[in-house]
Write a protein of this length. Structure first.
Ligand code: KE4
Length: 430
């Protein structure tokens, strides 16, 4: 192994950033603390590759945490954004592109009949929850441990000590009362859901239908239809947070693949093609409760921003049937290659994957919940990520995230990644 890359310029920038930005970054996971190293500052991206400020090149499997399903700086996206920018960057007034993007979402997502565009997944989830509370007259929420829906106060809750556990704040600054209104149960645990719903009347059952913030963990067979039935039985709304899975695991997201239609859908990432855009969507009887059609207030200066809607429309236009075939094939080849590499290295690894999502869990499988995922060997995961960075492969710097294959990843990218993984696993495995 050569001396490895130099990260001198990243180090300089990091030292400067630490005086100006909390932790030197604008979102915690980028700080790379979870893999035991300092962050790498990026200069540019092209297709499936990144170049950092020291000139080191990487095959990028993080892809901005999901938005870049077409890869970095896709010509069609760059052209659309450039053309939109030349006409003005923001008007604070309705534009045709917002109507076109809403129509595209409705055409793809089974549960979307009307859409409200916002600027981040957090904002979309926060708004969907407010709508669910207004529609049901209830305040409590049921969510799953390990699922992440953005930094909404009430959702920064962790399991308390109780059985159907009322949440306790997972962060300083979160009001205890808001956390207590969030009931947490383990993913894929039907009994826990039933017990929680017997004890609490909730406004919404909130789930990532394909969780990717505990690492990627598929719903157990029948679990999503079970949540649909439980919502109907108890008068709660079923809210699917498809910020990650939307437009990625299938044209119409997980709800299309699983044929389970939620009452409200939260979308983000791909919908903005790398620019700030997100949305929440549902039937008219719910969405027309939102101001100015209804009384539930929600607003945003840059909602439906012309550059973000241009990037989103250009990205969605690339996502046809052939694209999902390709994405599925790349994901499968990558997963099978990593699984084999781990077996050859004798590494305790479980690879979970589906079209467009993959996680390498550093423990033997199966991994069916966050509680399972927490048993991973985090030091080994960190050492693996550091060894892969040294070889030019940028993996999501946390065990509890997913790899994001894109249409820009070629078979050659996959082959190189698997070869490097075989070496890195051999290097770091005890
Ligand atoms: P944003 O507010 O970050 O746009 O979206 C929040 C959100 C909502 N729902 C799901 C399922 C999400 O995964 C996210 C954000 N995802 C994380 C990574 N898993 C973003 C990366 C970061 O926080 O820097």
């Amino acid at each position: 192994m050569s001396a490895g890359p130099s990260w001198a310029r990243s180090q300089e920038l990091y030292a400067r950033a630490l005086d100006l930005l909390p932790g030197g970054v604008n979102s915690p996971v980028r700080g790379m603390g979870a893999i035991g190293r300092d962050p790498i500052f990026i200069a540019e991206g092209s297709g499936a590759e990144l170049v950092d400020v020291d000139g080191n090149r990487y095959v990028d499997w993080m892809c901005s945490w999901g938005p870049l399903i077409a890869g970095h700086a896709h010509p069609a996206v760059v052209e659309a954004v450039t053309a939109a920018a030349a006409r003005g960057t923001s008007f604070g007034a309705p534009t045709e592109a917002e109507v076109d993007l809403a129509a595209e979402v409705v055409d793809r997502v089974p549960g979307a009949e009307m859409v409200r565009l916002v600027s981040s997944g957090t904002e979309a989830t926060m708004s969907a929850i407010r709508l669910a509370r207004a529609a049901t007259g209830r305040e409590k929420l049921l969510k799953f441990t390990g699922a992440y829906h953005g930094h909404v106060d009430g959702l920064l809750a962790q399991a308390g000590s109780g059985l159907a556990t009322a949440g306790v704040p997972a962060s300083p600054g979160v009001p205890a009362a808001q956390a207590a209104a969030t009931i947490l149960v383990p993913w894929n645990d039907r009994g826990a859901v039933e017990r929680a719903l017997a004890e609490h009347d909730v406004a919404a059952i909130l789930a990532e239908p394909y969780p990717a913030n505990m690492g990627f963990v598929m719903p157990a067979a029948g679990f999503l239809p079970f949540l649909r039935r439980e919502a109907d039985r108890t008068g709660a709304l079923l809210v699917f947070d498809e910020v990650i899975s939307g437009f990625r695991v299938a044209r119409g997201g997980a709800q299309e693949r699983e044929a389970v239609t939620p009452d409200l859908t939260v979308l983000g990432k791909v919908i903005g093609g790398g620019l700030p855009a997100a949305a929440y969507a549902g039937p008219p009887e719910l969405m027309n409760l939102i101001a100015p059609a209804g009384e539930v207030y929600q607003a945003g200066t840059l909602a439906g921003n012309p550059l973000a809607t241009a990037a989103g429309l250009a990205t969605l236009e690339l996502l046809d049937a052939a694209a999902y075939e390709r994405l599925g094939a790349v994901s499968r080849t990558l997963a099978e290659g990593l699984h084999l590499a781990a077996r050859e290295a004798g590494a305790p690894v479980h690879v979970a994957w589906t079209t467009g999502l993959l996680t390498v869990f550093f423990r033997e499988g199966p991994v069916a919940s966050y509680e399972d995922a927490r048993a991973c060997e985090l030091d080994l995961h960190g050492a693996f990520c550091r060894a892969m960075l040294a070889r030019g492969f940028y993996l999501p710097p946390s065990q509890f995230e997913a790899w994001f294959p894109s249409l820009a990843h070629t078979d050659e990218h996959v082959e190189r990644t698997v070869t490097a993984a075989r070496e890195a696993l051999a290097e770091v495995s005890p």
